[in-house]
Design a protein around this ligand. Structure first.
Ligand code: NAD
Length: 397
């Protein structure tokens, strides 16, 4: 049994373990101080050193439901972990750098939040990020299947309309897809809708709710202003509906342009992701009545929220009730007004194409991997034959 002083030094040192520094235990093997806290959860943030990852990790460090906070990135994560670990809240913070430490970052995770990947620059759509982020998300989710197959996964990396279907396909192939536990984070659209509606109507944004359904890109973002609660006494004029819908759909672009090449929404996204992660954790902890909008598989597993609609895309953002296993119930999209119905038709088509693109990415990657494997096997056989030929040619007379 180490002396209390040694235990304290080991605990303090556990988050700063640059490889090769003598006397410090390597991060991934350090013992968290508080994993036995009642109700405490282990949360892993993948992409923790990024623009979203850093403030998100800081906010999660302040969440009293979090007992262990594992911060993973391919770059610069040791400093972020050391910095955040000094905040005087109980969550135990550890940093994990690079693929060799990914498994340790994920082991025992109850919730994995993924903001890893490249953000937009002015002039780019979220779909322009597909080429890079599809591979990142699929690799990270594959690691989740190995190291924490029962964890809830929150996907932030864009384009969410495709990266969530990619994650689902990867998990299916690994035999551990539980649609209740895979959630695309569209909560920033809800956060924006609450803020913009409150501003327009002179309300307190903390007391306003506006469901935003569909997906998380341009026209697939469908704010349901007609379901605003509390509904403004003077309602919305057609001009207000057009202005607010457009601003909510293009809020991300507003930030991308204002940042002028320095990235996309990070701080508001971190706030949104932290609120959403907190909702997932409250659900896991058994709280009742936790309801948020999220982008999930909704058909056929949960029944079709777009009742009887044969063109409904397999993934769709709608209100869901969160519980001990993730999504417990889809609450549907309620009654839409005429403008929202028109918006829904546009959103559905675009969503179906984005979902199909994600599904095709995983199928193509699988084909490429098996043909590479066949190629390697054939090359191996050719080498063996050539070696045998050499042996016969040079072998004993
Ligand atoms: P960023 O470039 O600042 O940070 C990304 C981080 O991911 C970096 O630290 C990078 O090192 C890390 N990373 C890259 N590849 C990785 C890998 N294979 N494993 C682990 N980490 C890896 O970008 P950001 O501004 O934080 O945005 C991150 C993502 O979130 C982008 O795809 C962006 O489009 C998306 N986003 C989503 C929403 C949403 O509402 N869902 C909102 C804003 C941004």
């Amino acid at each position: 049994m180490p002396a209390p002083h040694d235990r304290r030094v080991a605990a303090l040192a556990s988050h700063v373990s640059p490889p090769g520094l003598p006397g410090l235990a390597p991060n991934p093997t350090s013992t968290p101080r508080v994993t036995d806290r009642v109700g405490g959860f282990t949360v892993a943030v993948l992409g923790a050193a990024g623009g979203i990852g850093q403030p998100l990790s800081l906010l999660l460090k302040q969440n009293t439901l979090v007992a262990a906070l594992n911060l993973y990135d391919v770059a610069n994560v040791a400093g972020v972990a050391a910095d955040i670990s000094h905040v005087n809240t109980p969550a135990h913070v550890r940093g994990f750098a690079g693929p060799a430490q990914l498994g340790a970052a994920l082991a025992g995770a109850d919730l994995v939040v993924i903001p890893a990947g490249v953000p937009r620059k002015p002039g780019m759509t979220r779909d322009d990020l597909f080429a890079v982020n599809a591979g990142i998300v699929s690799t990270l989710v594959d690691a989740c299947a190995t190291h924490c197959p029962r964890a809830i996964v929150n996907v932030i990396s864009n384009p969410v309309n495709s990266t969530v279907p990619i994650a689902a396909e990867v998990l299916k192939r690994r035999g551990c897809f539980d649609p209740r536990k895979l959630l695309g984070v569209t909560h920033l659209d809800v956060v924006r809708a609450r803020t913009f509606v409150a501003e327009a109507k002179g309300l307190d944004p903390a007391g306003v709710d506006v469901p935003v359904v569909g997906g998380h890109a341009g026209a697939t973002i469908l704010p349901l202003l007609s379901q605003t609660r509390p509904f403004p006494r003077d309602g919305f004029t057609p001009e207000e509906v057009a202005f607010l819908t457009n601003r909510i759909q293009n809020g991300g672009t507003e930030v991308v342009e204002a940042k002028a090449g320095a990235g996309s929404a990070t701080l508001s996204m971190a706030a949104a992701a932290a609120q959403f992660a907190d909702a997932c954790l409250r659900g896991l902890a058994g709280a009742r009545g936790v309801v948020e909008c999220a982008f999930t598989l909704h058909a056929p597993t949960f029944g079709n929220v777009l009742k009887g609609d044969k063109d409904a895309p397999a993934f769709f953002a709608s209100k869901v009730q969160l519980g001990r296993h993730g999504v417990e119930r889809h609450l549907g999209i309620g009654r839409l007004d005429a403008g929202e119905k028109r918006g829904l038709e546009i959103a559905k088509k675009e969503l179906a194409a984005s979902v199909a693109k994600g599904v095709a990415f995983v199928a193509d990657a699988e084909k490429a991997a098996s043909s590479a494997e066949r190629g390697a096997r054939d090359a191996g056989r050719r080498d063996a034959r050539a070696a045998a030929g050499t042996f016969h040619a040079a072998g004993p007379a």
